[in-house]
Write a protein that binds this ligand. Sequence first.
Ligand code: NDP
Length: 503
Amino acid sequence: MQDRPTKLVEYQTYIDGKWTGAQSGKMFETSDPYTGEAWARIPECDKVDADLAVEAASRAFETGPWSKMTATARGKAMRRIAQLIEKHAEHLAQIEVRDNGKLISEMAAQTKYLPEWFYYYGGMADKICGSVVPVDRPDHFNYILREPVGVCSFITPWNSPLMLTGWKLAPALAAGCTVVIKPSEYTSASLLEFMKLVIEEADIPPGVVNVVTGYGAVVGEPLVTHPKVAKVAFTGGTATGARVNELAARTFKKVSLELGGKSPNIVFDDCILDDAVSGAISGIFAATGQTCIAGSRLLVQETIHDQFVEKLVAMAKQARLGNPQLYETQVGPVTTPPQYQKILGYIDIAKSEGARCVLGGGPATAEDGGGKYFVKPTIFTGVDNKMRIAQEEVFGPVLSVIKFKDEDDAVRIANDIAYGLGSGVWTQSVRRAHSMAQKIKAGTVWVNTYRAVSFTMPFGGYKASGLGRENGAEAIDGYLQSKSVWINNGPGGGNPFIMKTAG
Ligand code: NDP
C-alpha cells in the first residue's frame, strides 16, 4: 500500500496557451483508487472558464497562426506531438494509474500506442482533398472544398483518459480544428501533464488545445451549449450522452457519441477452447471490466457449456488482485467509489434475479492486503438474457454466462439488447465467422480475438452505443464540412425570378 502523500500535487489548467487556476479560485481533490487517498488538487472550473476557453479556441481558429498554417506544417506539428508522447509514455501512464487505478500494463500499452494516432492523422492533414464536380451546366467550373468545422469540445471519461482524448484530438487537429477538452473529474491529471509535456513542448500555438477541469454539469454543459462550439465529441455513459445530444441539438452542433455497451462474446463448440477461455477473461476482467467494450454477456453453446465454465472459473480464480502500479498485477481496483457501489449493487440484483454465482460475488482485498474498492472477479451462470444483469451495463468485473443452442439462437440473443458496441465470435468455421459478422448488430465484431483496437479501424456503436465513428480514415469526416463552389464562366441570363435548376 502506498503512503499518504504529505503534500498534494497542485495542478493548473491550460487556456489560451497559459497555465491558470479556475477564475473562482476553487480547487477539488483527486484520489488514488488503490490507496483511497487524495494525491492532487485540480482547478474547479465553471462556465466562466469554459467561456474563456471557447473564446480562446475560437480566436485561434478564426485568426490565429493555426488557421494560417499550411496543412503540411500542421502534419509536422502533429508528428512532434507523437514524438513527445513516445518520450513521456511511461510517465503519463503512471499518472493515469494513480488517478484511475487501472493496470500499469494496460495504461502503458495505451500511452505507448497513442503516438500512432498522431502519425496517422498527421500524415492525413495534407491529403484532405476536395473535388471537382462535372456539374450539369454549360460553362461552369464547380468544386467542393472540405473545411474544418471549427471549435470542438471533447468530454471524456475516466477509464482511458488519454487514449480516448487522442482518438478525438488527432483527427480534429489534422482537419484544422481547435479544441477545448473537459476530462473526467476523476482523471484530470494525466491530461494536464500531457498539455505541459506534449502540447506546450510541441509548440502548438495558444488557443489550439485548451483544457477546463471540473464537474460535468458545471463546466461540461457550457461546452455543449456554447454558440461558438461547432462540434461535440463525447465518450461516457449513455444517459449523459443522451443529455449532451439533446443540448447540442438546440444549436445544431455536430455530435459524436461513444457510449456504453453490453457486448456479446459468443463461444461456439468448434472453437479452440483455450483461446476462447482466455478471450472471455480478457473481455471482462481486463481493466476490471471498466470498459465500454467489455464482453459482459458470454454466450456459450450448450454442448460445451459446463466444460467451458469449469475452465473459465479455474483461470479467473488465479487472477492476482493488487497494486495497479505493478506490472504483475492482473486485476486492479474499481476507479470511483460510486462505481464500486454500483457494481456491488448489480451483484445483489443478479443474485435476487436467480442467477447462480459460481465465482466471486462481493468485495475483495488485494493480495498484499492493501487497496480499496476491490471487487472479486465474478461469474454468474444460468443467466436469462431478459434479466437486468444481462441487459444493463455494470462496468465492472461481473460476467453473465448465457447458454445458446445454435447460430440462430446466438444471433437472436446477441441482438436482443439496446446496445451495439462490440461483439466476439469464437469459431474455427470460416463460413460461420463471416455469417455471424454480418448478422450481429454492433460496431465491431472480433473473431477469435477480443478488445483489439487500431488507429486504422473505425470504432463506434450501433443503437444506444453511440453516433459516429472514431479512428480509421472516416473519423476525419466528423471534423470537416463540405462547401460547394459554383463558378460561372459563361454568360448570365435566364429568368431571374426562378431558381436555376435546368441544365
Ligand atoms: P459520465 O457519462 O457521467 O461521464 C463522462 C464525462 O461526461 C465526464 O467527463 C463527466 O464529467 C461528463 N459529464 C457528466 N455530466 C455531464 C453533463 N451534464 N454535461 C456534460 N458533461 C457531463 O460517466 P460516469 O463517469 O458517471 O460513469 C457512469 C457510467 O457511464 C459508467 O458506469 C459506465 O456505465 C458508463 N461509462 C462509459 C464509458 C465508455 O467508455 N463508454 C466511460 C465511462 C463511463 P464528470 O466526471 O466531471 O462528472
